[in-house]
Write a protein that binds this ligand. Structure first.
Ligand SMILES: Nc1ncnc2c1ncn2[C@@H]1O[C@H](COP(=O)(O)OP(=O)(O)O)[C@@H](O)[C@H]1O
Ligand SMILES: O=P(O)(O)OC[C@H](O)CO
Length: 497
């Protein structure tokens, strides 16, 4: 029997899952990761710790399996998070700047004022926002000693998390990324699938810093023999949201999924067309496989399951994330409380780095239960905004939504999601679809599966959540939500003395 090993480097944990050739998980290991918040709006992580955790979980998941039985590795990762490291030896020069980090909001504002929005969006499919890597990399190069000069001399490497982990996995022999990750840097032309010289010049990025872009599926290298006892082929790479779309078998135009991880990420397949959004969504590369590039429309928000972490870590009203469902179910409704979780600004379709979170409508009767319930509802309400923007762009309604990610385990949240969307929400049996997508890309890349039809047949339903509320209820609920969102807009600028 031969297996595929998926390495899934999420924002809050490193995971490794071994899949068999039916796409079933047979072994897994996971380690939580620490995030650092050195200043308001900053979010950092230690790239070296990511590597150590990823290596540890890979070894743990492979325990008892010979390295020769692992046909290939598929890598998937939190995207945009920016790592700068020494080409010689791989030591990171600073903490990685996490995708949620807002420190480059002023740089983004200057780019907008200078009239670069059209150039950036038409080449990259992105909107100007601190979310993406380019301004984070520019910030790092300006803050590490001699950054730009050392970059020009070829002494440094830039990459998203996939690049850094692949560099370390191959003992520094491979400095690569794939188009789905490159598409999130704001330096990559999604139409030509190449780094864009004009954008590199705009951000003053030396091309020597950049990884080589290789297909998402296909053998691109081998792990250092010392790590697992024998070299293992690396045959799949994709950003986690694109990998989840692939793992959810959304292989055909029109199919969509929503992942409830740290953030929420809704992606719809648009086939070979890089469709420009009219509603401030992102156009992104899904994957490059078999010589074909598949594009996706993406709607993302920064606070999904992270809202639940805030209840746990900052308010302390739950001990672990799974407890939120019972707490929210301990009250019949929110009692009029509404949360807008703009803790790190608002993502799609608002793109407002200055928005800040709020809890509205509290009374003396408000307690932990109502706040927990409002937090869960806010995750679904944000996703409703995403779906509506996506439907407007597509010109056709979505008839169902496939879901996955840590918070999709929450039945109360999934039922509210179906109620507020008015379409069935479908949860598959394997909700580790991110890792599964990476395994599929790797397996396709080394001949384990014949093609998309074979993979698509693996998808099995766990539970369908049917909408139970009326159109009137939905309309009123969404109108109230949008009124609350409007109150949070640009709060940071307004609040500044
Ligand atoms: N039962 C639950 N209800 C709501 N949120 C949950 C539940 N279980 C986990 N979460 C949230 O899901 C997130 C973890 O999901 P995961 O897919 O592992 O995220 P990531 O890949 O971003 O690290 C955390 O933010 C956690 O708070
Ligand atoms: O860590 P996740 O799974 O929430 O994903 C993070 C995204 O890739 C950020 O764009």
């Amino acid at each position: 029997m031969s297996y595929l090993l998926a390495l899934d480097q999420g924002t809050t944990s490193s995971r490794a899952i071994v899949f068999d050739h039916h796409g079933q998980p047979v072994a897994r290991a996971q380690q939580e990761l620490a995030l650092h918040y050195p200043h308001p709006g900053w979010v950092e992580t230690d790239a070296r710790a990511l590597w150590q955790a990823q290596l540890a979980v890979a070894r743990a998941a492979m325990h008892g399996l010979a390295p020769q039985s692992i046909k290939a590795i598929g890598m998937t990762n939190q995207r945009e998070t920016t790592v700068l490291w020494e080409r010689d030896g791989g030591a990171p020069l600073a903490n990685a700047i996490v995708w949620q980090d807002r420190r480059t909001a002023a740089i983004c504002e200057r780019l907008r004022e200078a009239g670069h929005a059209e150039l950036i969006t038409s080449r990259t499919g992105l909107v100007i926002d601190p979310y993406f890597s380019a301004t984070k990399l520019a910030w790092l190069l300006d803050h590490v000693p001699d950054g730009r000069a050392r970059a020009a001399r070829g002494e440094l490497c830039f990459g998203t998390v996939d690049s850094y982990l692949l560099f370390m996995l191959t003992g520094g022999r491979l400095h690569v990324t794939d188009p789905s990750n490159a598409a999130r840097t704001m330096l990559f032309n999604i139409h030509t699938c190449a780094w864009d010289d004009e954008l590199l010049a705009l951000f003053d990025i030396a091309p020597q810093l950049l990884p080589e872009v290789v297909p998402s599926s296909g053998v691109c290298g081998y792990t250092d023999a010392a790590l697992f006892g024998a070299p293992i082929a690396i045959a799949g790479i994709a950003g986690d949201q694109q990998a989840a779309t692939f793992g959810q078998a959304c292989h055909h135009p029109g199919m969509a999924k929503n992942t409830y991880g740290t953030g929420c990420f809704m992606l719809q397949n648009t086939g070979a067309e890089a469709r420009a959004s009219q509603h401030r969504l992102l156009t992104t590369v899904g994957w490059q496989a078999g010589g074909q590039t598949t594009y996706l429309l993406e709607a993302s928000v920064f606070m999904g399951g992270a809202t639940v972490q805030w209840l746990r870590d900052s308010l302390g009203i739950i001990g672990h994330s799974g407890e939120v469902e019972a707490l929210a179910a301990s009250v019949p409704d929110t009692g009029g409380v509404l949360m807008v979780p703009a803790f790190t600004g608002l993502g799609a379709p608002y793109w407002d780095a200055g928005a800040r979170a709020t809890l509205l409508g509290m009374t003396r009767a408000t307690g932990r239960g109502q706040i927990a319930r409002a937090a869960l509802e806010s995750i679904a309400l944000q996703s409703a905004d995403l779906m509506h923007a996506m439907e407007l762009d597509a010109g056709t309604p979505l008839h169902e939504l496939r879901v996955d990610g840590g918070a999709s385990a929450n039945d109360l949240l999934m039922q509210f999601q179906a109620d507020v969307l008015g379409v069935p929400v479908l949860r598959p049996r394997v909700t580790e679809t991110t890792a599964l997508g990476a395994a599929y890309l790797a397996g396709l890349g080394c001949g384990v599966w014949s093609g998309l039809d074979e993979i698509g047949a693996h998808w099995k339903l766990d539970r369908a959540f049917e909408p139970r509320r009326s159109d009137d209820w939905r309309g009123a609920t969404l109108a109230r939500w949008r009124r609350a969102v409007a109150l949070t807009r640009s709060w940071q600028e307004q609040a500044a003395p």
